[in-house]
Design a binder for this molecule. Structure first.
Ligand SMILES: Cc1cc2nc3c(=O)[nH]c(=O)nc-3n(C[C@H](O)[C@H](O)[C@H](O)COP(=O)(O)OP(=O)(O)OC[C@H]3O[C@@H](n4cnc5c(N)ncnc54)[C@H](O)[C@@H]3O)c2cc1C
Length: 365
Protein backbone atom coordinates (compact mmCIF):
# COMPACT_ATOMS: atom_id res chain seq x y z
CA UNK A 1 0.00 0.00 0.00
CA UNK A 2 1.31 3.44 -0.89
CA UNK A 3 2.18 5.42 2.25
CA UNK A 4 2.80 9.18 2.66
CA UNK A 5 3.05 11.56 5.58
CA UNK A 6 0.01 13.65 4.62
CA UNK A 7 -2.82 13.28 2.12
CA UNK A 8 -4.48 16.57 1.17
CA UNK A 9 -7.83 16.10 -0.56
CA UNK A 10 -8.46 19.18 -2.73
CA UNK A 11 -5.83 21.25 -4.51
CA UNK A 12 -7.61 24.61 -4.26
CA UNK A 13 -6.48 27.56 -2.16
CA UNK A 14 -6.64 25.79 1.22
CA UNK A 15 -5.14 22.52 0.02
CA UNK A 16 -2.24 24.14 -1.84
CA UNK A 17 -1.43 26.37 1.16
CA UNK A 18 -1.21 23.32 3.43
CA UNK A 19 0.69 21.20 0.90
CA UNK A 20 3.21 23.96 0.22
CA UNK A 21 4.18 24.37 3.89
CA UNK A 22 4.26 20.63 4.61
CA UNK A 23 6.32 19.78 1.52
CA UNK A 24 8.67 22.72 2.13
CA UNK A 25 9.37 21.25 5.58
CA UNK A 26 10.32 17.92 3.97
CA UNK A 27 7.16 15.84 4.54
CA UNK A 28 5.85 13.59 1.78
CA UNK A 29 2.57 15.13 0.63
CA UNK A 30 0.03 13.72 -1.79
CA UNK A 31 -2.63 16.12 -3.09
CA UNK A 32 -5.72 14.49 -4.58
CA UNK A 33 -8.09 16.46 -6.76
CA UNK A 34 -10.93 15.63 -9.11
CA UNK A 35 -9.76 18.16 -11.68
CA UNK A 36 -6.47 18.24 -13.59
CA UNK A 37 -7.04 21.74 -14.87
CA UNK A 38 -8.08 24.69 -12.78
CA UNK A 39 -11.15 26.76 -13.67
CA UNK A 40 -13.92 24.49 -12.45
CA UNK A 41 -14.28 26.39 -9.16
CA UNK A 42 -16.50 29.48 -9.37
CA UNK A 43 -14.73 32.32 -7.60
CA UNK A 44 -14.36 36.00 -8.43
CA UNK A 45 -10.67 35.92 -7.51
CA UNK A 46 -10.65 39.02 -5.28
CA UNK A 47 -7.67 38.67 -2.95
CA UNK A 48 -7.87 41.14 -0.06
CA UNK A 49 -4.75 42.64 1.44
CA UNK A 50 -4.97 40.43 4.53
CA UNK A 51 -5.13 37.36 2.29
CA UNK A 52 -2.29 38.57 0.06
CA UNK A 53 -0.01 38.85 3.08
CA UNK A 54 -0.45 35.16 3.85
CA UNK A 55 0.99 33.83 0.58
CA UNK A 56 4.54 32.46 0.73
CA UNK A 57 5.29 33.65 -2.83
CA UNK A 58 4.50 36.76 -4.89
CA UNK A 59 1.19 36.86 -6.74
CA UNK A 60 2.37 39.52 -9.24
CA UNK A 61 2.22 37.21 -12.26
CA UNK A 62 -1.54 36.64 -11.77
CA UNK A 63 -2.64 40.13 -10.71
CA UNK A 64 -4.99 41.69 -13.27
CA UNK A 65 -6.02 44.83 -11.34
CA UNK A 66 -4.91 46.47 -8.10
CA UNK A 67 -7.82 48.07 -6.28
CA UNK A 68 -7.68 51.05 -3.93
CA UNK A 69 -11.10 52.42 -4.86
CA UNK A 70 -14.39 50.66 -5.42
CA UNK A 71 -17.96 51.73 -6.04
CA UNK A 72 -20.79 50.69 -3.76
CA UNK A 73 -24.46 51.33 -4.37
CA UNK A 74 -27.85 50.63 -2.85
CA UNK A 75 -30.39 49.17 -5.29
CA UNK A 76 -28.03 50.41 -8.04
CA UNK A 77 -28.61 54.00 -6.89
CA UNK A 78 -26.54 56.26 -4.63
CA UNK A 79 -23.35 55.06 -6.32
CA UNK A 80 -20.57 56.00 -3.90
CA UNK A 81 -16.79 55.67 -4.18
CA UNK A 82 -15.11 53.82 -1.31
CA UNK A 83 -11.44 54.73 -1.30
CA UNK A 84 -8.46 53.65 0.77
CA UNK A 85 -5.04 55.30 1.01
CA UNK A 86 -3.37 52.16 -0.35
CA UNK A 87 -4.62 49.07 -2.26
CA UNK A 88 -6.98 46.79 -0.32
CA UNK A 89 -7.59 44.12 -2.92
CA UNK A 90 -5.93 42.40 -5.87
CA UNK A 91 -8.03 41.14 -8.74
CA UNK A 92 -6.88 37.76 -9.98
CA UNK A 93 -8.53 35.33 -12.38
CA UNK A 94 -9.11 32.35 -10.11
CA UNK A 95 -7.93 29.61 -12.53
CA UNK A 96 -4.62 31.46 -12.87
CA UNK A 97 -4.32 31.86 -9.09
CA UNK A 98 -5.03 28.15 -8.52
CA UNK A 99 -2.54 27.18 -11.20
CA UNK A 100 0.16 29.32 -9.57
CA UNK A 101 -0.52 27.79 -6.15
CA UNK A 102 -0.50 24.24 -7.50
CA UNK A 103 2.81 24.92 -9.25
CA UNK A 104 4.39 26.25 -6.05
CA UNK A 105 3.14 23.32 -3.98
CA UNK A 106 4.51 20.88 -6.55
CA UNK A 107 7.84 22.70 -6.80
CA UNK A 108 8.07 22.46 -3.00
CA UNK A 109 7.80 18.68 -3.40
CA UNK A 110 4.09 17.84 -3.09
CA UNK A 111 2.66 15.50 -5.70
CA UNK A 112 -0.76 15.83 -7.31
CA UNK A 113 -2.89 12.91 -8.45
CA UNK A 114 -6.19 13.30 -10.26
CA UNK A 115 -8.84 11.01 -8.81
CA UNK A 116 -12.45 10.14 -9.54
CA UNK A 117 -13.87 8.82 -6.31
CA UNK A 118 -12.83 8.67 -2.68
CA UNK A 119 -14.96 5.91 -1.26
CA UNK A 120 -13.48 4.69 1.99
CA UNK A 121 -11.88 5.98 5.16
CA UNK A 122 -10.42 4.11 8.10
CA UNK A 123 -8.48 5.48 11.01
CA UNK A 124 -6.07 3.72 13.36
CA UNK A 125 -3.86 5.07 16.14
CA UNK A 126 -0.90 5.81 13.83
CA UNK A 127 -2.69 7.10 10.78
CA UNK A 128 -5.50 6.80 8.28
CA UNK A 129 -6.24 4.80 5.16
CA UNK A 130 -8.19 6.25 2.24
CA UNK A 131 -9.74 4.22 -0.54
CA UNK A 132 -9.23 6.15 -3.74
CA UNK A 133 -10.54 4.80 -7.04
CA UNK A 134 -10.52 1.33 -5.48
CA UNK A 135 -6.94 1.56 -4.16
CA UNK A 136 -5.85 2.08 -0.58
CA UNK A 137 -3.41 4.85 0.39
CA UNK A 138 -2.10 5.30 3.90
CA UNK A 139 -0.99 8.51 5.63
CA UNK A 140 -0.13 9.79 9.07
CA UNK A 141 -2.57 12.70 8.60
CA UNK A 142 -5.45 13.61 6.32
CA UNK A 143 -6.37 17.18 5.43
CA UNK A 144 -9.84 17.75 3.97
CA UNK A 145 -9.50 20.77 1.66
CA UNK A 146 -12.25 19.69 -0.69
CA UNK A 147 -14.49 22.72 -0.51
CA UNK A 148 -18.07 23.35 0.52
CA UNK A 149 -19.32 19.93 -0.65
CA UNK A 150 -16.45 18.24 1.24
CA UNK A 151 -16.35 14.45 0.94
CA UNK A 152 -13.76 14.12 3.71
CA UNK A 153 -16.14 15.58 6.31
CA UNK A 154 -18.79 13.04 5.36
CA UNK A 155 -16.38 10.10 5.35
CA UNK A 156 -14.45 10.98 8.50
CA UNK A 157 -17.02 12.72 10.68
CA UNK A 158 -20.36 11.66 9.16
CA UNK A 159 -22.86 14.27 7.94
CA UNK A 160 -22.36 17.03 5.39
CA UNK A 161 -21.28 20.62 5.92
CA UNK A 162 -23.73 23.41 6.65
CA UNK A 163 -23.66 26.06 3.94
CA UNK A 164 -24.26 29.68 4.86
CA UNK A 165 -24.26 31.42 1.50
CA UNK A 166 -24.61 30.91 -2.21
CA UNK A 167 -23.08 32.77 -5.13
CA UNK A 168 -23.38 32.61 -8.89
CA UNK A 169 -21.05 34.24 -11.38
CA UNK A 170 -20.31 34.57 -15.08
CA UNK A 171 -17.68 36.20 -17.24
CA UNK A 172 -18.43 38.98 -19.70
CA UNK A 173 -15.74 39.80 -22.25
CA UNK A 174 -14.61 43.40 -22.24
CA UNK A 175 -15.78 43.94 -25.83
CA UNK A 176 -19.31 42.92 -24.86
CA UNK A 177 -19.49 45.43 -21.98
CA UNK A 178 -21.08 48.82 -22.53
CA UNK A 179 -18.37 50.16 -20.18
CA UNK A 180 -15.41 48.78 -18.25
CA UNK A 181 -16.51 49.18 -14.61
CA UNK A 182 -14.56 49.81 -11.45
CA UNK A 183 -14.73 47.10 -8.81
CA UNK A 184 -18.35 47.37 -7.64
CA UNK A 185 -20.73 46.04 -5.00
CA UNK A 186 -24.44 46.74 -5.58
CA UNK A 187 -26.21 45.95 -2.31
CA UNK A 188 -29.86 44.97 -2.42
CA UNK A 189 -30.06 43.87 -6.05
CA UNK A 190 -30.94 40.49 -4.56
CA UNK A 191 -32.66 39.95 -1.21
CA UNK A 192 -30.08 39.40 1.52
CA UNK A 193 -27.09 39.99 -0.68
CA UNK A 194 -25.41 41.98 -3.40
CA UNK A 195 -24.29 41.99 -7.00
CA UNK A 196 -20.66 42.49 -7.96
CA UNK A 197 -18.61 43.51 -10.97
CA UNK A 198 -14.90 42.69 -10.79
CA UNK A 199 -12.84 44.01 -13.73
CA UNK A 200 -10.10 41.64 -14.95
CA UNK A 201 -8.55 43.37 -17.95
CA UNK A 202 -9.95 41.31 -20.81
CA UNK A 203 -13.24 40.50 -19.04
CA UNK A 204 -15.47 41.41 -16.12
CA UNK A 205 -16.48 38.84 -13.51
CA UNK A 206 -20.15 39.50 -12.72
CA UNK A 207 -21.95 37.79 -9.85
CA UNK A 208 -24.66 37.66 -7.23
CA UNK A 209 -24.16 36.70 -3.57
CA UNK A 210 -26.78 35.86 -0.94
CA UNK A 211 -26.78 34.62 2.61
CA UNK A 212 -28.97 31.54 2.50
CA UNK A 213 -30.74 32.53 5.73
CA UNK A 214 -32.12 35.61 4.00
CA UNK A 215 -34.53 33.51 1.95
CA UNK A 216 -33.35 35.26 -1.23
CA UNK A 217 -32.64 33.40 -4.43
CA UNK A 218 -29.97 33.64 -7.10
CA UNK A 219 -30.08 31.89 -10.44
CA UNK A 220 -28.80 32.37 -13.97
CA UNK A 221 -31.83 34.48 -14.97
CA UNK A 222 -31.25 36.93 -12.12
CA UNK A 223 -27.56 37.05 -13.06
CA UNK A 224 -28.36 37.72 -16.72
CA UNK A 225 -30.77 40.53 -15.72
CA UNK A 226 -28.11 42.08 -13.50
CA UNK A 227 -25.43 41.91 -16.21
CA UNK A 228 -27.80 43.47 -18.75
CA UNK A 229 -28.75 46.31 -16.39
CA UNK A 230 -25.18 47.10 -15.35
CA UNK A 231 -23.08 46.26 -18.38
CA UNK A 232 -25.56 46.28 -21.26
CA UNK A 233 -25.14 42.62 -22.17
CA UNK A 234 -26.02 39.17 -20.85
CA UNK A 235 -23.58 37.31 -23.10
CA UNK A 236 -22.05 35.64 -20.07
CA UNK A 237 -19.79 32.62 -20.30
CA UNK A 238 -18.72 30.15 -17.60
CA UNK A 239 -21.87 30.72 -15.56
CA UNK A 240 -21.57 28.67 -12.39
CA UNK A 241 -23.07 28.75 -8.91
CA UNK A 242 -21.64 27.25 -5.75
CA UNK A 243 -22.38 27.25 -2.01
CA UNK A 244 -20.02 28.80 0.52
CA UNK A 245 -19.29 27.41 3.98
CA UNK A 246 -19.61 30.12 6.63
CA UNK A 247 -20.32 28.17 9.82
CA UNK A 248 -16.74 27.29 10.78
CA UNK A 249 -17.25 28.60 14.32
CA UNK A 250 -19.95 25.99 14.99
CA UNK A 251 -18.79 22.95 13.06
CA UNK A 252 -16.40 20.14 13.85
CA UNK A 253 -12.95 21.09 12.57
CA UNK A 254 -10.61 18.27 13.42
CA UNK A 255 -10.40 15.02 15.33
CA UNK A 256 -7.67 12.43 15.65
CA UNK A 257 -5.62 12.58 12.46
CA UNK A 258 -8.13 14.42 10.28
CA UNK A 259 -8.16 18.20 9.85
CA UNK A 260 -10.61 20.22 7.75
CA UNK A 261 -9.57 23.50 6.16
CA UNK A 262 -11.03 26.24 3.95
CA UNK A 263 -14.63 25.94 2.80
CA UNK A 264 -14.69 22.31 3.92
CA UNK A 265 -14.30 23.71 7.44
CA UNK A 266 -16.76 26.59 6.87
CA UNK A 267 -14.18 29.39 6.98
CA UNK A 268 -15.74 31.92 4.59
CA UNK A 269 -16.66 35.31 6.03
CA UNK A 270 -20.47 35.65 5.74
CA UNK A 271 -20.99 39.39 5.11
CA UNK A 272 -19.36 39.50 1.67
CA UNK A 273 -18.45 35.85 1.10
CA UNK A 274 -14.70 36.31 1.21
CA UNK A 275 -13.26 32.80 1.47
CA UNK A 276 -9.71 32.89 0.13
CA UNK A 277 -8.33 34.38 3.35
CA UNK A 278 -9.89 31.70 5.59
CA UNK A 279 -8.79 29.01 3.14
CA UNK A 280 -5.11 30.00 3.01
CA UNK A 281 -4.98 30.79 6.73
CA UNK A 282 -6.47 27.46 7.80
CA UNK A 283 -4.36 25.49 5.31
CA UNK A 284 -1.21 27.04 6.75
CA UNK A 285 -2.38 26.55 10.36
CA UNK A 286 -3.23 22.89 9.73
CA UNK A 287 0.25 22.37 8.27
CA UNK A 288 1.84 24.11 11.27
CA UNK A 289 -0.07 21.89 13.70
CA UNK A 290 1.07 18.75 11.88
CA UNK A 291 4.66 19.97 11.76
CA UNK A 292 4.59 20.73 15.50
CA UNK A 293 3.77 17.04 15.88
CA UNK A 294 1.83 16.72 19.14
CA UNK A 295 -1.85 17.18 20.03
CA UNK A 296 -2.28 18.06 16.37
CA UNK A 297 -6.08 18.29 16.19
CA UNK A 298 -6.37 20.18 19.49
CA UNK A 299 -3.60 22.62 18.55
CA UNK A 300 -5.14 23.29 15.15
CA UNK A 301 -8.54 24.00 16.73
CA UNK A 302 -6.91 26.39 19.21
CA UNK A 303 -4.94 28.11 16.44
CA UNK A 304 -8.16 28.80 14.55
CA UNK A 305 -9.89 30.30 17.59
CA UNK A 306 -9.39 33.89 16.52
CA UNK A 307 -10.80 33.38 13.03
CA UNK A 308 -13.72 31.38 14.43
CA UNK A 309 -14.45 34.20 16.81
CA UNK A 310 -14.41 36.65 13.86
CA UNK A 311 -16.98 34.48 12.05
CA UNK A 312 -19.11 34.31 15.20
CA UNK A 313 -19.17 38.11 15.30
CA UNK A 314 -19.71 38.70 11.58
CA UNK A 315 -22.82 36.49 11.35
CA UNK A 316 -25.03 38.88 13.39
CA UNK A 317 -23.45 41.91 11.65
CA UNK A 318 -24.41 40.39 8.29
CA UNK A 319 -27.94 39.59 9.46
CA UNK A 320 -28.51 43.16 10.66
CA UNK A 321 -26.77 44.74 7.67
CA UNK A 322 -28.92 43.04 5.03
CA UNK A 323 -32.20 43.20 6.95
CA UNK A 324 -31.96 46.97 7.59
CA UNK A 325 -30.39 47.81 4.26
CA UNK A 326 -31.19 51.45 3.56
CA UNK A 327 -30.19 52.37 7.10
CA UNK A 328 -27.07 50.20 7.26
CA UNK A 329 -25.89 51.39 3.85
CA UNK A 330 -26.33 54.97 5.09
CA UNK A 331 -24.13 54.25 8.12
CA UNK A 332 -21.54 52.63 5.89
CA UNK A 333 -21.59 55.50 3.45
CA UNK A 334 -21.54 58.37 5.90
CA UNK A 335 -19.63 57.04 8.91
CA UNK A 336 -17.73 53.82 8.42
CA UNK A 337 -16.51 54.19 4.84
CA UNK A 338 -12.99 55.50 5.38
CA UNK A 339 -11.98 53.43 8.46
CA UNK A 340 -13.39 50.31 6.87
CA UNK A 341 -11.46 50.71 3.63
CA UNK A 342 -8.25 51.77 5.36
CA UNK A 343 -8.64 48.83 7.75
CA UNK A 344 -8.88 46.47 4.80
CA UNK A 345 -5.90 48.16 3.18
CA UNK A 346 -3.89 47.57 6.37
CA UNK A 347 -4.70 43.87 6.23
CA UNK A 348 -7.28 43.94 9.02
CA UNK A 349 -10.41 41.83 9.20
CA UNK A 350 -13.91 43.29 9.13
CA UNK A 351 -14.32 43.23 12.92
CA UNK A 352 -10.86 44.73 13.42
CA UNK A 353 -11.57 47.44 10.84
CA UNK A 354 -14.85 48.22 12.59
CA UNK A 355 -12.91 48.84 15.76
CA UNK A 356 -10.29 50.97 14.04
CA UNK A 357 -11.90 54.06 15.50
CA UNK A 358 -10.92 52.96 18.98
CA UNK A 359 -7.21 52.76 18.27
CA UNK A 360 -6.92 49.12 19.33
CA UNK A 361 -3.89 47.03 18.35
CA UNK A 362 -4.38 43.81 16.49
CA UNK A 363 -2.61 40.60 15.77
CA UNK A 364 -3.40 38.46 12.78
CA UNK A 365 -6.66 36.50 13.02
C1 LIG B 1 -19.18 32.57 -7.17
C2 LIG B 1 -18.18 32.72 -6.05
C3 LIG B 1 -17.33 33.82 -6.02
C4 LIG B 1 -16.39 33.97 -4.99
N1 LIG B 1 -15.54 35.03 -5.01
C5 LIG B 1 -14.61 35.17 -4.04
C6 LIG B 1 -13.67 36.24 -4.07
O1 LIG B 1 -13.65 37.06 -4.99
N2 LIG B 1 -12.77 36.34 -3.06
C7 LIG B 1 -12.74 35.44 -2.02
O2 LIG B 1 -11.90 35.60 -1.11
N3 LIG B 1 -13.61 34.39 -1.98
C8 LIG B 1 -14.52 34.22 -2.97
N4 LIG B 1 -15.36 33.15 -2.95
C9 LIG B 1 -15.17 32.12 -1.91
C10 LIG B 1 -13.97 31.24 -2.29
O3 LIG B 1 -14.08 30.84 -3.63
C11 LIG B 1 -13.88 29.99 -1.41
O4 LIG B 1 -14.08 30.32 -0.07
C12 LIG B 1 -12.51 29.35 -1.59
O5 LIG B 1 -12.37 28.91 -2.93
C13 LIG B 1 -12.35 28.16 -0.66
O6 LIG B 1 -11.14 27.53 -0.99
P1 LIG B 1 -10.95 25.98 -0.69
O7 LIG B 1 -9.58 25.63 -1.12
O8 LIG B 1 -11.36 25.70 0.70
O9 LIG B 1 -12.03 25.23 -1.61
P2 LIG B 1 -12.17 25.19 -3.17
O10 LIG B 1 -11.60 26.36 -3.79
O11 LIG B 1 -13.61 24.84 -3.42
O12 LIG B 1 -11.26 23.95 -3.61
C14 LIG B 1 -11.64 22.62 -3.32
C15 LIG B 1 -10.86 21.69 -4.24
O13 LIG B 1 -11.21 20.34 -3.87
C16 LIG B 1 -11.49 19.59 -5.03
N5 LIG B 1 -12.45 18.55 -4.64
C17 LIG B 1 -13.72 18.72 -4.22
N6 LIG B 1 -14.26 17.54 -3.90
C18 LIG B 1 -13.31 16.59 -4.14
C19 LIG B 1 -13.27 15.18 -4.03
N7 LIG B 1 -14.31 14.49 -3.58
N8 LIG B 1 -12.14 14.53 -4.38
C20 LIG B 1 -11.05 15.24 -4.82
N9 LIG B 1 -11.04 16.58 -4.96
C21 LIG B 1 -12.15 17.24 -4.62
C22 LIG B 1 -12.06 20.60 -6.02
O14 LIG B 1 -11.86 20.14 -7.35
C23 LIG B 1 -11.21 21.86 -5.71
O15 LIG B 1 -10.03 21.90 -6.48
C24 LIG B 1 -16.32 32.99 -3.96
C25 LIG B 1 -17.17 31.88 -3.99
C26 LIG B 1 -18.09 31.74 -5.02
C27 LIG B 1 -18.99 30.52 -5.04
Amino acid sequence: MKQVDVIVVGAGQAGCAAAYDLASAGLSVLMLDRHASTGHKPCAGGVTEKARRLYRFPLDSVVRETVSQMQMSLYQKLQTPFTADTPFCLMTHRPELDQLCRQHAQQAGASLTIVRHISGFQSHPDGIVLTVDGEQIGARYLIGADGAHGAVRRLAFGGGARHGAMAIEGLLSREQCSRYPQTTFDFGVVRGGYGWMFPKGDHVNVGLYIRTQSGGKVDRHALADYARQRLGSDALTNVQGFPLGTWGHQQRLAAGRVLLVGDAAGFTEPLLGEGIYGAVLSGQRAAAAILAGHHVAANYITDMDRWRSELRRVHPIAAVFYSTLPLSFGVLKHGARRPLMNGYAKGLTLVQSKRLFFGAHFTQA
